[in-house]
Design a binder for this molecule. Structure first.
Ligand code: SF4
Length: 471
């Protein structure tokens, strides 16, 4: 998304997305594949439902005892040689990371994929500090070359087709080769990145889980780039949200089984690593310094404001892949770090409700997201909660408020309501041609992209009454 795109309203960004047929192809390819693989993985796992309940309970328990587990994690991580830093806000976290980089005299940093890094604005902070950032996750490498933000929390380059990726590599890689196949493209990226891993001054990673009773940081990848990011440089910095805690490695295993199946449909990722402090005497490799930056960034506010269930999120992306809205518009249209249903719940908290007031409405409330969520987050209920707050704070547009006022007026007068709805149904029929309405005043938001079926000649209530009168 360009800077101009960032300035557009949500509805304008949606219009841009819907007018892009290539984007639709890219979204359908990846989300369709993800849904099929997830469905097969869940079908082959009879214990899924029980594991889901357990995963939900583990997260709820940790969130209810966050103070206890944070202190336990800090104590154990320090005992393994890690340095712990606490950050209340994103800018504070960025200052800490940049400060560590400066102290290390870093000119280049490698980074493995971390949505928290995007949330706190770390790429921008590193650039401002004059530190070269090399994204090492293949999809992140693609969007770094394209200058795009991520459009999905698991597949950040989901909006790019393989043809577009080949064109990018041809333009930017030093030795791109043929790029005729996906394997050739991967090989080109590997040639481009390998040397950078070995010469980086600092490696920055996120964390999938923080293990309280050992102080370890767990990362999962399919490319091994987290290991190459964190092992060769002299300094490893972890940035992690405070909700990433689990009590023990056994609990992390439960969450890992849920996460990986929900995200990719695999049983386990190719690489699952528990990072336990800096290099020790006798170790063949590893960083000399190991820093963990624990970020609140509005999470304790979520606890206080009735959004604790959202802190269960393990960022698997399943709710995005199953969302009928996300699958039409993709991630950039949301204009925020986190897209899809989980993003529409998180963003008003992270960026403020006035700035993101369209997002709670970007949902049909069909409940698919809650059904597939591996930790059973009631996303539709949380979105309805935001809609309720929008109304109570007077943030809905004048036309919406007037529309509801009119509806309320009619709904309190049933006879008038029946007359008005009967008239509306008849008027709609005037615009129909061959059973479909292609254009109609006040309905352009719908008819611009699809036709509306002609309504039956009578309202539901009229038809119901007629049917009940029949012998
Ligand atoms: S809300 Fe649930 S489904 Fe969506 S990313 Fe988070 S854990 Fe996954």
């Amino acid at each position: 998304m360009s800077a101009v795109g960032e300035r557009l309203t949500f509805k304008a960004r949606v219009r841009v997305a819907l007018a892009d047929p290539v984007l639709k192809v890219a979204i359908d390819r990846t989300t369709g594949n993800a849904r099929t693989k997830r469905a097969a993985a869940i079908a082959a796992w009879p214990g899924f439902s029980a594991a889901r309940d357990l995963g939900r309970d583990i997260k709820d328990h940790v969130i209810a005892h966050l103070d206890h587990y944070l202190i336990q994690f800090e104590r154990n991580a320090k005992a393994s040689g890690a340095k712990i830093h606490w950050a209340c806000t994103g800018p504070e976290a960025c200052d800490i990371v940049v400060g560590i980089c400066r102290k290390a005299g870093a000119r280049t940093v490698t980074r493995s994929k971390s949505m928290l890094g995007e949330e706190i604005g770390l790429p921008h902070a590193l650039q401002e500090a004059g530190i070269e950032r090399i994204e090492t996750d293949l999809a992140e490498h693609i969007i770094q070359l394209a200058g795009d933000p991520p459009s999905h929390i698991v597949w950040p380059a989901l909006h790019k087709t393989r043809e577009q990726v080949a064109a990018l590599f041809r333009d930017h890689h030093h030795n791109p080769g043929t790029l005729a196949t996906i394997e050739a493209m991967v090989a080109s990226a590997r040639r481009e990145l390998r040397g950078r891993f070995l010469t980086a001054d600092v490696g920055i990673s996120g964390a999938n889980f923080l293990i309280a009773d050992t102080g370890a940081v767990c990362t999962v990848t399919n490319e091994g780039n987290a290991e190459l990011t964190t092992t060769p440089p002299r300094v490893h910095i972890v940035t992690a949200g405070i909700e990433k805690l689990v009590p023990s490695t056994a609990h992390a295993m439960v969450m890992l089984r849920l996460l990986v199946r929900s995200a990719t449909g695999a049983e386990l990722t190719q690489y699952t690593t528990f990072h336990c402090g800096p290099k020790r005497p006798g170790d063949l490799d590893g960083p000399a310094e190991f820093h963990i930056v624990l970020v609140d960034g509005g999470r304790t506010r979520m606890l206080a404001e009735g959004l604790a269930e959202m802190l269960r999120c393990i960022r698997c992306g399943a709710c995005l892949n199953h969302c009928v809205v996300y699958r039409q518009i993709g991630g950039h249209a949301y204009g925020s770090t986190y897209p899809g249903p989980m993003g529409s719940v998180l963003t008003p908290m992270l960026e403020g409700l006035p700035r993101s007031k369209d997002l709670p409405h970007a949902c049909t409330l069909n409940g698919q997201c809650q059904e597939v969520c591996p930790v059973a987050i009631p996303l539709p209920t949380l979105l309805r909660g935001w809609r309720d707050r929008l109304w109570r704070l007077g943030l809905e547009s004048v036309s919406v408020r007037q529309g509801f006022a009119l509806w309320r007026f009619l709904a309190l007068r049933p006879a008038l309501y029946r007359q008005a709805s009967g008239l509306a149904v008849r008027m709609m029929s005037w615009f129909a041609r061959d059973g479909w309405i292609a254009r109609m005043p006040l309905a352009s938001g719908w008819t611009r992209y699809r036709d509306l079926p002609r309504p039956p000649g009578r309202t539901f209530i009229a038809q119901y009454r007629r049917r009940m009168r029949r012998p």
